[in-house]
Design a protein around this ligand. Structure first.
Ligand SMILES: NC(=O)c1ccc[n+]([C@@H]2O[C@H](COP(=O)([O-])OP(=O)(O)OC[C@H]3O[C@@H](n4cnc5c(N)ncnc54)[C@H](OP(=O)(O)O)[C@@H]3O)[C@@H](O)[C@H]2O)c1
Length: 282
């Protein structure tokens, strides 16, 4: 069977490494993961192909098509609809079903690292793009209080408005607010900081979304979604101030393992370790 990655561009993706390691690990030797570079004008034909070909079991979706694929799907999970992004498509017959595994992947990786998330969590989320929506949704689903800081404040507010459609409406309304500045004293209350901006991502590795003049909260855990480089400037800054730091590679593995489960029916728990290992070697 074939799984593909729909996006534009896709050549840089590490997903084939980890998915092939997982296929081999569970004996699915005739399964393969392909990169399907798909410009916007080619999306309708690509989606038709995914539906009609019986040797295709599903696909991942990445930038810039995570929203654009929705009209082609027969059903979209309530989570993906609330987050506003589909990153995994799986099939039942020729029916195409869309889901989002970024938010569960994020929570699974926090759990892997022994970081509990619940009503005692006071999270500060940096960024208000696609990944921030999945992260805020994940944190709100666990009852965490969430502050959102974004360079463009209107985008942070529209993120909260969009999440108001979620089943966690009350939690989002009651527990999530935006802040205008990282120097705002309320940010010092955070015990978890999550970087969902692209600042510091390769090749811009000397950049950080955190100003040097602003101290980090005491005893904070810093989670950076960026996985290239593995150690970002932000992680180095936070670590120097005594914070515990975690990079984004584990979330990448966990969202991939959750997608693997949707396609193959084999539990994510059976393959997540092998996928982490494959990513570390990729
Ligand atoms: N580990 C994983 O599994 C995983 C999953 C998804 C994403 N990611 C990573 O997460 C990062 C964000 O992805 P995304 O899809 O959310 O991107 P996105 O939708 O493009 O959002 C980018 C965010 O970064 C902010 N930003 C960009 N340049 C900035 C700058 N110079 N100064 C301050 N803020 C800036 C944007 O702020 P404005 O709104 O002001 O423009 C926006 O909030 C990427 O590095 C991606 O690789 C990792």
């Amino acid at each position: 069977m074939i799984i593909g990655l729909i996006g534009h561009p896709v050549a840089h993706s590490k997903s084939p490494h980890m998915q092939h390691a997982a296929f081999a690990h569970v004996g699915l030797t005739d399964w393969r993961y392909e990169l399907w570079d798909t410009p916007l004008e080619a999306l309708p034909a690509r989606m038709r192909e995914v539906s009609e070909r019986d040797d295709i079991a599903g696909c991942n979706v990445t930038v810039p098509h995570k929203q654009a694929v929705m009209p082609y799907l027969n059903a979209v999970s309530e989570h993906a609809r609330a987050i506003g992004a589909v990153n995994t498509i799986f099939k039942r017959g020729r029916y195409l079903l869309g889901d989002n595994t970024d938010w569960t992947g994020f929570l699974a990786d926090l759990k892997f690292h022994g970081v509990g998330v619940g009503e005692g969590t006071r999270a500060l989320v940096l960024g208000a793009g696609g990944s921030a929506r999945a992260v805020v949704y994940a944190l709100a689903s666990q009852g965490a209080r969430v502050l959102i800081y974004n360079r463009t404040p209107e985008r942070a507010r529209s993120l909260l408005d969009a999440l108001a459609n979620s089943p966690y409406l009350r939690e989002v309304r009651e527990n999530c607010i935006t802040v205008a500045s990282l120097a705002d004293p309320v940010c010092r209350m955070a015990n978890l900081i999550v970087n969902c901006t692209s600042v510091g991502m390769w090749p811009d590795v000397d950049a950080s979304p955190w100003p040097d003049a602003v101290p980090f909260p005491d005893q904070v855990v810093l989670y950076d979604l960026i996985y290239k480089p593995e150690i970002t400037k932000l992680m180095t800054q936070a670590s120097a101030s005594g914070a515990r730091v975690i990079g984004g590679l584990g979330m990448l593995a966990e969202q991939g393992a959750a997608a693997f489960e949707k396609w193959t029916g084999v539990s994510a728990a059976r393959v997540s370790a092998i996928m982490r290992e494959a990513l570390n070697h990729a």
